[in-house]
Design a protein around this ligand. Structure first.
Ligand SMILES: Cc1ncc(COP(=O)(O)O)c(C=O)c1O
Length: 437
């Protein structure tokens, strides 16, 4: 039976908007020239590339010649850090500051750069995933080349104070790069107001095509190409431009509508509020400084994978981690950095909304999730092992937990009930945590 899909994994990628598809189509089979060709046919392709460059530059408050098209966020992040490091190697500026919650393409680039002689400082974040700008100030040394920060985290949605970090970098004469793949068109980005020197963006997170992105590089920044070729993109990124992709990227930026963001945010908050009614759940990431479309929740005692696969039976698609890294099966370094233990990491799911998400879809998720959680908790080996070992008293607690999980009671009511049964809620919670750890 065909089932309507409810797609809630928009942090991994988004549906391409039909207007974007329409804007791309002519560049496949009608105006398919090479943007570097001198003839008129090539000029048509060049016009499309330049038009998108103009749209993207405007959206960042940048100049057209500061936008370099790439194959996506991964390439832009590689180009930013490797290009800066190689160009400035002889000056002795070999220190890079980043955070422990970056996307893997930044972290892996940093690991590679360490092998080339770079010194990397990985800044800690607090339990909400926030960087303390003071820690950046403290980490800057005379050899610091660049501070590279993810603006909106792809897993937990936490948004960093890029204006403040930009101010610090400018005052210390250090380049400032942000990875804005998740936040572009969703959060405020202004290269002047935030003192940004380099910005990574891509198209497939904003209803554009996959395989196309851009790097903003402020005029005067000392950076060099990391691949050799025909000198495209003012010599910084050789390779024939992906004209349909770039045309689609420009269109996706052009139609990104700020008014839709409020709507997405309202749905996000409605969803968070209702999921947190399920007992023993916690929101990961900051509640205020948060991407408008991100929800990340841990459900104690059960596996996020199991929840995701049960939801899929209802046609609801969510994720258990960053899709870009999930094939590696490694535990989320982001959830670890905000202090979650292995069990809590495994028990989390990420739900990410888009402009196409409807209230009806969210209501369906809210309807089916409590019983999925309840069923899984009843079967949970973690919960059951702990209960069996503790004997009579814990059996009572287990019964209470199970009953509670299906009841929509709030934590206060649950605690009262435990007290009535002669159980100390704090002791119960502590025991539960001890067992988990
Ligand atoms: C924050 C962030 N940076 C970089 C990337 C990589 O972008 P791309 O998929 O375009 O290579 C992603 C994609 O998931 C991302 O979320």
């Amino acid at each position: 039976m065909d089932q309507q899909i409810i797609y809630l994994d928009n942090a991994a990628t988004t549906k391409v908007d039909e207007k974007v598809v329409k804007a791309m189509l002519p560049y496949f089979s009608e105006k398919y020239g090479n943007a570097s060709s001198m003839h008129n046919f090539g000029r048509l392709a060049r016009e499309a590339v330049d038009n998108s460059r103009k749209i993207i530059a405007k959206s960042l408050n940048a100049n057209e010649e500061e936008i370099y098209f790439t194959s996506g966020g991964t390439e832009s992040n590689n180009l930013a850090l490797k290009g800066l490091f190689l160009a400035n190697k002889s000056s002795g500026k070999n220190h890079i500051i980043t955070t422990k919650i970056e996307h893997d393409c930044i972290l892996q680039t940093c690991r590679w750069l360490e092998k080339q002689g770079a010194k990397i400082t990985y800044i800690d974040v607090d339990k909400h995933g926030l960087v303390n700008p003071l820690d950046i100030t403290k980490a800057i040394t005379p050899n610091t080349l660049v501070v590279s920060i993810i603006q909106g985290n792809n897993e937990i949605g936490t948004l960093q104070d890029t204006a403040e970090i930009g101010r610090i970098c400018k005052s210390k004469g250090v380049y400032f790069h942000i990875d804005a793949c998740q936040s572009f068109t969703k959060s405020f980005i202004d290269v002047e107001k935030q003192n940004l020197d380099l910005v990574t963006i891509n198209a497939h997170k904003i209803h554009g095509p996959k395989g196309v992105g851009a790097l903003y590089v402020r005029k005067g920044v000392n950076i060099q190409a990391i691949q050799n070729g025909g000198g495209h993109e003012h010599g910084l990124r050789s390779g024939t431009e992906n004209v349909p992709g770039i045309a689609g990227f420009g269109k996706a930026v052009e139609i990104a509508d700020k008014k839709q963001l409020k709507n997405i945010e309202k749905l996000r908050d409605y969803l968070i509020k209702n999921i947190l009614k399920i007992p023993r759940t916690r929101l990961n990431g900051a509640s205020k400084e948060r991407l408008c479309n991100n929800v990340n929740i841990s459900f104690r005692d059960i596996e996020g994978e199991a929840i995701a696969s049960h939801l899929e039976n209802y046609g609801i698609i969510v994720s258990t981690g960053s899709a870009c890294a999930s094939h590696t099966l490694k535990k989320s370094h982001v959830l670890r950095a905000i202090g979650l233990n292995d069990l809590e990491i495994n028990s989390s799911i990420r739900i990410s909304l888009s402009k196409f998400t409807t209230k009806k879809e969210i209501d369906k998720l809210i309807r089916v999730l409590p019983s999925i959680v309840n069923t899984l908790r009843t079967m949970s080996p973690v919960a059951n092992n702990q209960i069996n070992r503790k004997g009579g008293k814990m059996t009572k607690i287990k019964d209470k937990f199970t009953e509670f999980a299906g009841s929509f009671k709030n934590e206060g009511e649950f605690e009262e009930e435990l007290e009535e049964e002669g159980l100390d809620p704090e002791e119960v919670e502590n025991k539960h945590f001890e067992e988990e750890n």
